[in-house]
Write a protein that binds this ligand. Structure first.
Ligand SMILES: [Mn+2]
Length: 478
């Protein structure tokens, strides 16, 4: 041993840092702050002395020497961090440790991707190298800067207008409504008045419970004149006519969505690849330092949960970070109440009709539920029949006085149901959606001249079924 400080490792030590320098020193400081017990070995006696002065358990030793490693490998040792800037020394130390005690977890500092590969071959459990870490940190800061800049830009735009109309997608779901509520809150912070506009119906039980329990005021687009707004914002929808009643983007100055790529951009377009629009809005509120009250937090959290199917699908780290923040601010009692609504008789009837009238070809199910009022019950029926054994894609449809409504689902990854729906029905109505869930509405005007309801129903059933099957690529079984 060198320089009088004997290398005698405490038997209870479970962590060790080999080679300090600036990196090892920072790690040691972090570990100490977390109350971990660890030992440090470095060949530089002066450095060891400084470390000991700061109450670290440091020892002088050359980590390339077998006897030093032997002394280090006490039975309790679990994790070794080899952090010297000398990659050759690190490599030597790693191979001795892995030879003597393969189950010790070893983190090694490399110089570049090449030495990383070599260290991994020698059994390193984790390899770090400075350039990769700097790149990650830079991307993190870049992301943060982008997010800050877009929030600020949105803020400036809202400040420049007096009255904003926030349009959610047709038959709005919790994600779109919660996002609209958040955008209205941001508008309010600059004294801009905003109304949440919707088209279609809010008929799904949970969605109605969501709006009622959180006391969210929405206005049907038919009840307002779009000209009374200085600007329209689209949330959770971005393309005119696809799941919204717009025919163009003329009045639209803001699009915030998490689906796909925008076909057209407007003054402010923010489309991110995350699990929900509520996640994006939560980021804005965060960046702009705007208070999130209990109601808004509950709404946003529920929106994220529904769109990510309880954090199981399409979920990104941003969604989880937003959810974690909202969790502390939300109202659990209300969340429970939203989630356990009772099923209405009509929904039950429609599910019954969907099962009774089903046609199955291969694994594709089509069913007409006849005349109905509750459009959202269709979506519930589609969800329900998709669970039937052997069924991988479904289209459930029904009629009201003006339109044919179709709700479709797919759990077959080869069947992009959104694309199928727009190809099958886009030419005679509005259609679109995601790869696993989609909808279409076709005006009954297409069938003018048909007077009695029975004939109309038969005709509609024939046309919809044929178009759907032919687009999905099967001949209908008669
Ligand atoms: Mn959404």
């Amino acid at each position: 041993m060198e320089q009088g400080i004997p290398l005698k490792i405490d038997e209870r030590v479970t962590y060790a840092i080999l080679g300090t320098g600036s990196v090892g020193f920072l790690v040691a400081k972090e570990l100490a702050q977390r109350g971990r017990m660890f030992t440090i070995i470095d060949k530089n006696a002066k450095r060891v002395e400084t470390l000991r002065d700061q109450n670290f358990d440091a020892h002088v030793g050359d980590i390339t020497k077998e006897e030093v490693i032997t002394e280090l490998l006490t039975p309790d040792l679990e994790i070794v961090m080899i952090l010297s800037s000398d990659v050759e020394a690190n490599t030597k130390a790693l191979s001795v440790i892995k030879e003597r005690k393969p189950d010790v977890f070893v983190i090694v500092r490399a110089a570049d991707p090449l030495s990383k590969d070599k260290l991994e071959e020698l059994g390193a459990d984790a390899v770090v190298y400075p350039s990769a870490l700097i790149a990650i940190a830079t991307m993190y800061d870049l992301h943060k800067a982008e997010s800050q800049r877009s929030a600020n830009r949105l803020y400036e735009i809202l400040k420049s207008i007096k009255k904003l109309g926030i349009l959610v997608h047709d038959n709005p779901d919790p994600d779109s409504i919660a996002s609209a509520l958040a955008l209205r809150q941001i508008a309010a912070s600059v004294d801009t008045e905003a109304a949440i506009l919707y088209h279609g119906e809010i008929s799904r039980q949970e969605n109605r419970a969501f709006v009622n329990l959180l006391n969210i005021d929405l206005v049907h687009v038919d009840e307002v004149d779009p000209n009374e707004y200085d600007m329209l914002a689209l949330v959770d929808t971005g393309t005119p006519g696809a799941n919204n009643p717009l025919t163009n983007l003329d009045k639209v100055g803001i699009i915030i969505d998490h689906h796909g790529i925008p076909e057209q951009r407007v003054l402010y377009t923010d489309i991110r690849d995350v699990g929900s629009t509520a996640t994006i809005l939560t980021n804005y509120l965060d960046e702009l330092d705007i208070d999130i009250d209990k109601r808004l937090a509950t709404a946003l959290l529920y929106g994220i949960r529904i769109d990510t199917q309880d954090y199981k699908k399409h979920v990104t780290p941003s969604d989880l970070a937003a959810a974690m923040k909202l969790m502390q601010l939300s109202d659990r009692e209300i969340l429970n109440q939203i989630e356990s609504p009772t099923m209405s008789m009509e929904t039950l009837d429609i599910i019954g009709e969907a099962i009774h009238n089903k046609h199955i070809t291969g694994s594709y199910l089509v069913s007409c539920v006849g005349f109905m009022h509750n459009v959202d019950a269709l979506a519930q029926a589609a969800d329900y029949v998709l669970n039937l054994e052997g069924v991988t894609a479904v289209a459930i449809f029904g009629l009201n006085e003006e339109k044919i409504h179709i709700s479709a689902r797919s759990k077959d990854i080869r069947v992009n149901i959104g694309a199928i729906m727009s190809q099958a029905f886009g030419d005679i109505g509005s259609a679109g959606g995601h790869s696993n869930a989609a909808a279409a509405q076709i005006p009954l005007g297409v069938f003018t001249g048909v007077r009695d309801r029975t004939t109309l129903l038969r005709l509609v059933e024939e046309v919809i079924t044929r178009r759907f099957y032919s687009e999905i690529g099967v001949e209908r079984d008669e």
